[in-house]
Write a protein that binds this ligand. Structure first.
Ligand SMILES: [Cu+2]
Length: 117
């Protein structure tokens, strides 16, 4: 989950990705991820990150801080997995059904690779 800043903008996948990019709002259509749930999880993560900031400011014990960082990483991984599942069930499945699956599958493998390195 360590990556460069360009992941935030989504840049880097356009070259080999599908020609038309769907809006992120499609997630509400999936039973696996809905917008409200994702936003709630992210707000919780935001709070956890502020907690880490506070721990460092208060010069708390290093290992206690590291445990909190690991928890945030795990929480972000869960958000990613939920979004990934929604994307596969939604965008990718739709594209395959309409005979345009190939670029979506290439893009999917490319983004999954970012999570395993
Ligand atoms: Cu999608």
């Amino acid at each position: 989950m360590v990556g460069s800043a360009d992941q935030e903008t989504g840049a880097g996948s356009a070259a080999e990705g599908p020609a038309r990019v769907r809006p992120a709002l499609h997630v509400h259509l999936s039973p696996y991820a809905n917008k409200a749930d994702l936003l709630q999880r992210l707000r919780k993560i935001e709070g956890q990150v502020r907690g880490i900031e506070r721990m460092i400011d208060e010069e708390r014990y290093c290992v206690d801080i590291l445990v909190q960082i690991a928890a945030v990483r795990a929480a972000l991984d869960r958000v990613s997995l939920q979004l990934l599942e929604a994307h596969v069930e939604g965008c990718v499945s739709d594209a395959i059904r309409s005979g345009e699956g190939e670029p979506y599958i290439r893009e999917l493998m490319s983004v999954v690779t970012r999570f395993v390195r």
